[in-house]
Design a protein around this ligand. Structure first.
Ligand code: F6P
Length: 493
C-alpha cells in the first residue's frame, strides 16, 4: 500500500527560482522536487528599501517557491556580514580572517527570526522541514519558539570545524542551540560529524551540572554524515556530448590540459595551486609548451574585503608565473575570471588530462565529482585532490595531496601526467562506482528517510521530556542535548 508523502518544506539562503540550469542543490534534491509537494523558502537574491516587504510566491508544478527580498541592512549584517565575515572563515579554519561584529550577529539572528515568522505562517503540522547551510543555523530554534513541532532537519554544506576552532566563535553556544533544536543534523563528512560530536561532548563535560540540578533539557537531535552526491549518469552524458570544448592547440598530439574550476574563494587554495604550477615548470622545463593550465574562477562575494584581496593576490601570482614562462606561442596559465555554461564546463572536464581540486578546506567539493563523472572511461584523466576536501573521504583513488605543500602538489601533477592507462582506468572505475552508489538520489533519500526515523524516535524522547520548544535552550539544556549527541555514533556511508 503506498503512503502519501507529506509536503517537504525546503529552506535555503538562495532559492533557484529563476535559474535555467539547476545548481548543485537543485540537482541533489531532484528526486524530492519531482515526487512531492514542495515549498521552497528563502532569499530572492534581491534587495529592497522597504522593511516587511513580504513574500513573492511562484508555483512551478508541484513546487511553490516563496521568496523574500532583504533590506540593505539585512544584506550587510546577515549575508555579507555575519554569514560571510564570521561563519564562513571560521568554519574554513581562517580565524585570521574572521570578524565577529555584535551588530552583524544581531542582524543575522533577526533575519533568522523573520524567516521563522514568515515560514510559520505557511507551514502545516504534517510538513517535513529541511534547512540548508550556515546562513540559517538558528532557524530551527526560532521556529521552535513559535511552537513548531514538525520534524526539522538541517544540512551543513560547509565543513564543521574542530571544537578548538568552533569555540573561538563568541556566539558558538547560540549556534549550537540552533542545531540542537533540529531532529537531524547532516554533515558532509565523517570528519565534520565527529568534530561536532567532539564539541558536544566537551561542552557537556564543561557544563557538568550539580548533582541535584533539575534536568530540563533532552535534545532530540541526531548527527550523521551524508556526503552530497551528483547525478553522475546525467553528467557523464552531458560531458560526452560536449567533449571537444578545449582549443585544439591545448589538447592536440603531445599536449595536455590541466584544469581547475572554483568559485573565487580563499578556501580553494588557488594561490597555492598556481605556485605548484610554477614549481612544476621550474623542475620540469620540458613540460613548457606541452602542458597548459586553465583556471575557471567566477568571482564571488566581492563586497567582502578578503575576497577582493584574494583576487588581487591571485591575479598577481598568475601574472608572475605567466610573465616568467610565457612564449610568443604559449602561456602556462589561462585564467578566466568568469563562469562558463554547464555544458561547456562538462566538455572541458572531459578534455582535461588532469583535474586540480586542491582546496585548503572544503565541505565536499562537487567539482571533483563532476570531473570524475565527465571522463571518458576508455581514456580517463586523473584527479589531484586535497586531503582537506570532504570528498577525499569518498575518493581515496584520486592522487591525494596536501595543498600547503606546492612541491608535493607539483609531483602529483607530474605523476598524473605520466600515469599509465591501466592505472588511470582502474582508479577511475573505482571512483565511478562510489559516485554511482552515493549519487544525488541516495543523498536526498537517505537524509529524508533518516529524518523520518529520527523524528519518530525523538517523539518518544519528547513525550517524556518537560522541555517546551517556545524558549531558547539554556546552557545546561545544550549540554544535556550534547550528551545525547555524543552518545550516538552513526555514519552515512
Ligand atoms: O557551499 C556553500 C554555499 O553557500 C552554497 O550554498 C552557495 O551556493 C555557494 O556557497 C555560493 O555562495 P553565495 O551564495 O555566497 O554566492
Amino acid at each position: 500500500m503506498s503512503r502519501k508523502l507529506s509536503r517537504l518544506v525546503l529552506v535555503s539562503n538562495r532559492v533557484p527560482v529563476g535559474e535555467t540550469t539547476p545548481g548543485g542543490l537543485a540537482v541533489a534534491l531532484k528526486d524530492a522536487l519531482s515526487t512531492r509537494q514542495v515549498l521552497w523558502f528563502g532569499w530572492s537574491g534581491g534587495l529592497t528599501d522597504k522593511t516587511g516587504a513580504g513574500l513573492t510566491s511562484i508555483r512551478r508544478g508541484n513546487v511553490e517557491y516563496a521568496v523574500t527580498d532583504l533590506t540593505t541592512d539585512e544584506y550587510e549584517g546577515y549575508y555579507a556580514g555575519y554569514a560571510n565575515k564570521a561563519l564562513w572563515p571560521s568554519f574554513h579554519y581562517r580565524l585570521d580572517l574572521a570578524e565577529y561584529q555584535p551588530d552583524e550577529f544581531a542582524t543575522y539572528m533577526a533575519v533568522n527570526a523573520r524567516f521563522a515568522r514568515e515560514l510559520f505562517e505557511r507551514i502545516s503540522p504534517s510538513d517535513q522541514i529541511w534547512i540548508h547551510d550556515y546562513h540559517l543555523i538558528p532557524l530551527a530554534a526560532e521556529l521552535r519558539k513559535f511552537g513548531v513541532t514538525n520534524p526539522i532537519g538541517f544540512f551543513s554544506h560547509i565543513p564543521f570545524p574542530s571544537p578548538e576552532i568552533f569555540r573561538a566563535i563568541p556566539q558558538h553556544a547560540a549556534l549550537a542551540s540552533g542545531l540542537m533544536a533540529c531532529d537531524l543534523v547532516g554533515f558532509q563528512s565523517d570528519r565534520d560529524r565527529s568534530n561536532f560530536e567532539r564539541y558536544a561532548a566537551e561542552q557537556a563535560a564543561m557544563s557538568a551540572l550539580p548533582a541535584n540540578a533539575p534536568q530540563t533539557g533532552g535534545s532530540r537531535m541526531r548527527a550523521m554524515a551524508f556526503p552530497i552526491g551528483i547525478d553522475a549518469v546525467g553528467f557523464a552524458k552531458e560531458a560526452e556530448t560536449s567533449a571537444g570544448c578545449a582549443p585544439a592547440a591545448l589538447v592536440g598530439a603531445g599536449k595536455c590540459l590541466i584544469l581547475g574550476v572554483d568559485r573565487m574563494d580563499y578556501s580553494k587554495g588557488l594561490v597555492e595551486r598556481v605556485t605548484a604550477i610554477e614549481t612544476l615548470l621550474d623542475s620540469r622545463p620540458d613540460l613548457c609548451e606541452r602542458v597548459s593550465y586553465i583556471q575557471v574562477t567566477p568571482p564571488s562575494r566581492g563586497e567582502v574585503d578578503a575576497y577582493a584581496q584574494l583576487r588581487i593576490e591571485l591575479e598577481t601570482c598568475i601574472g608572475h608565473v605567466n610573465g616568467r614562462f610565457t612564449t610568443l606561442d604559449w602561456a602556462p596559465v589561462r585564467y578566466l575570471a568568469q563562469g562558463l555554461p554547464r555544458n561547456e564546463l562538462a566538455g572541458l572536464y572531459r578534455d582535461a588530462a588532469v583535474g586540480l581540486v586542491t582546496p585548503l578546506r572544503d565541505g565536499m567539493n562537487l567539482v571533483a565529482k563532476e570531473f570524475v563523472a565527465a571522463q571518458d572511461p576508455r581514456n580517463p584523466g586523473v584527479l589531484v585532490l586535497s586531503e582537506f576536501a570532504g570528498v577525499a573521504e569518498q575518493l581515496p583513488e584520486a592522487l591525494i595531496i596536501n595543498p600547503h605543500d606546492p612541491a608535493q602538489q607539483a609531483r602529483a601533477i607530474e605523476h598524473a601526467l605520466a600515469m599509465p592507462l591501466p592505472e588511470r582506468q582502474e582508479r577511475h572505475a573505482a571512483m565511478m562506482d562510489t559516485l554511482n552508489r552515493y549519487d544525488a538520489s541516495w543523498w536526498c533519500g537517505a537524509f529524508l528517510q533518516e529524518l523520518a526515523v529520527a523524528t519518530s524516535r525523538s517523539s518518544a524522547v519528547q513525550a517524556g521530556a518537560a522541555h517546551a520548544h517556545n524558549e531558547p535552550l539554556t546552557a545546561p539544556q545544550i549540554a544535556a542535548g550534547a550528551l545525547a549527541v555524543a552518545g550516538c555514533r552513526l555514519s552515512g556511508s
